[in-house]
Ligand binder design. Structure first.
Ligand SMILES: Nc1ncnc2c1ncn2[C@@H]1O[C@H](COP(=O)(O)OP(=O)(O)OP(=O)(O)O)[C@@H](O)[C@H]1O
Ligand SMILES: [Mg+2]
Length: 245
């Protein structure tokens, strides 16, 4: 079964007299274990699409299904539950809580899962270990580098063992070395632990490691288009996936 299915999904925003079609009849599917990049120019609809995948927003028309379940018609509570069980989200600007330590930041999503505190600490410590930050558990965000903060954000997205991790331009504020190590970490979680990733990027450093790229242009999706190896300077063979949706 597909984790995520979009069937002719359209999203329009109205700003006064002006209506913007941010997504236009998009068909899209994510399977377990996918590592999918959404790319496209600024304003093409990437953030809109990720927000819809993560059920943070609802479509103007069309159907979205998560693990086969139609999202439309779900009550707020059921939607909250679906979100907290299904998704881990990594934001572009990390969104860490500045007064909490790395470990406490990673524990946050677990509060929704109502577990004993010792169990939450154990799971948060394991998630921090999986991103190589055990030594920094007691550091606050302002005591960490940008790359380390983004790793804390990855650990926080992982800690609930979600079906799918969503990331909006996860490397946008990172230098090349930190960006590459973040991509390697995501790729490793994907291959070793079958964590499914859907993320937006126009970062060629990231795209060259991605096996499936979908491209948005003015809210329309063209699928299965991987960047040409010579364009991306790829060292890893790219496989395009033409079986989208
Ligand atoms: N809340 C909103 N209200 C009105 N229009 C919006 C809203 N959010 C997005 N849009 C419009 O929808 C279109 C797609 O925006 P979106 O943020 O999804 O693009 P993007 O591909 O993520 O761009 P970027 O690469 O700059 O982040 C744009 O034309 C934008 O102006
Ligand atoms: Mg965006």
């Amino acid at each position: 079964m597909n984790l995520v299915e979009f069937e002719s999904v359209t999203k329009r925003y109205r700003l006064g007299e002006v209506e913007v079609t941010a997504l236009d009849s998009v068909d899209f599917a994510v399977r377990k274990g996918d590592f999918v990049a959404i790319t496209g120019p600024s304003g093409s609809g990437k953030t809109t699409m990720l927000n819809l995948v993560g059920c943070l927003d609802s479509p103007t028309s069309g159907e979205i299904r998560i693990s086969g379940q139609p999202v439309s018609g779900l009550e707020d509570r059921a939607l909250d539950q679906l979100r907290s069980r299904s998704f881990g989200i990594i934001f572009q600007n990390f969104n860490l809580v500045p007064v909490l330590t790395a470990l406490e930041n990673v524990m946050l999503p677990l509060y929704l899962h109502r577990q004993p505190r010792a169990e939450m600490r154990r799971r948060a410590a394991a998630a921090l270990a999986s991103v190589g930050l055990t030594r920094f558990a007691d550091f606050r965000p302002d005591q960490l580098s940008g790359g380390q903060r983004q790793r804390v954000a990855v650990a926080r997205a992982l800690v609930t063992e979600p079906k799918l991790i969503l990331a909006d331009e996860p490397t946008a504020s990172l230098d090349t070395a930190s960006a590459l190590s973040l991509v390697e970490l995501m790729k490793q979680l994907n291959t070793e632990r079958q964590v499914t990733f859907v993320f937006s990027t126009h970062d060629q450093r990231l795209l060259q490691h991605v096996s499936r790229v979908v491209e948005l242009r003015d809210g329309q999706l063209s699928s299965g288009k991987a960047p040409r190896a010579e364009e991306a300077g790829a060292t890893i063979p790219l496989t395009s996936d033409s079986e989208v949706a």
